[in-house]
Design a protein around this ligand. Structure first.
Ligand code: SF4
Length: 288
């Protein structure tokens, strides 16, 4: 049985950079707190915790002072920086450069002082979306599905921002429905301005993942269960190869999946570590 690991799977550069920054500090013996889960992958989190990384939530953060706290790739709203400044917290800045550019763009749009509404296409509880919305001092509408468009006033212009990991098909669906709603309300759809794009690391993964899924009889897709990028990439696998299985670690492998299979492709989300994909490939070689 042939086993291939998808070369385009694994951490995106934003997550790699954040993990490297944490490791550098920890290896020097410094105590490091991380505000929120560094990466939505329990196996990688266990590895980092063993190195000494302490994950905290916002309530815990606001009780700390005089410590080092890492800001992960998703970024944070300005309020986090204000508190850190007051509490003499040293911030290790690991916000992804793509997210930093996006935060700047939304701040600039906010200060343009026009009547346009700011809409974010993404998940309201996603840290990147919360960080973006925190950069705006007027109402921000967050929509994650075309069924939520009633929150928008289609008699006013819209500046649409997009969560970097949103599925491109979902964005297409939201945009086309917004254009339809503008037309229905008699307002010019050119008043919809899309201010940013889905991250290239995410968008480019989809075509290469589709090609990879076509090459194999069986796809093993490895991701944390709470990774939104993992869920949307797995949906891509299933759409191309219905014989696809989602798992988080090697213990979830089932011998029955591999009967009458000649080739297995192993892929993962942007939050899945390369070492985990290797470990799963090894386990399949040895035990299945
Ligand atoms: S998915 Fe893209 S924007 Fe998000 S952290 Fe990774 S590289 Fe940065």
């Amino acid at each position: 049985m042939k086993i291939e690991i998808d070369q385009s799977a694994g951490f995106c550069f934003g997550v790699k950079n954040a993990i490297e920054k944490a490791e550098n500090e920890l290896l020097q013996g410094n105590q490091v707190y991380c505000l929120g889960e560094m990466v939505h992958n329990m196996e990688e989190m266990n590895r980092l915790n063993k190195l000494g990384l302490i994950t905290i939530n916002h309530d815990e953060f606001e009780k700390l002072s005089n410590v080092s706290v890492l800001i992960r790739a998703h970024g944070e709203p300005p309020q986090t920086y204000e508190y850190a400044n007051k509490a003499h917290i040293h911030l290790i800045e690991a916000t992804c450069p793509v997210v930093i550019r996006l935060q700047k763009k939304i701040r600039d749009t906010n200060t343009e002082n026009n009547e346009a509404q700011i809409v974010i296409a993404g998940k309201p509880d996603h840290p990147e979306v919360k960080g973006l919305a925190g950069n705006v001092n007027k109402e921000v509408v967050v929509v994650n599905d075309p069924s939520e468009l009633d929150k928008i006033d289609f008699q006013k212009p819209v500046n649409l921002f997009v969560q970097t990991t949103l599925h491109p098909e979902k964005l297409k669906e939201i945009k086309s429905n917004m254009i339809r709603r503008f037309r229905e309300s008699g307002y010019d759809p050119s008043n919809l301005v899309v201010k940013n794009r889905i991250c290239g690391q995410v968008a480019n993964r989809i075509p290469s993942l589709k090609t990879f899924c076509r090459k194999h009889d069986l796809i093993i897709f490895v991701s944390g269960k709470n990774s939104s990028n993992g869920k949307s990439l797995f949906a891509v696998c299933q759409s191309i190869n219905p014989n696809s299985h989602f798992l988080s670690n090697e213990a979830e492998l089932q011998a029955g999946w591999f009967k009458h299979i000649n080739s297995v492709g192993i892929s993962g989300a942007t939050s899945t570590p390369g070492w985990l994909l290797e470990q799963i490939a090894q386990k399949i070689k040895e035990h299945i």
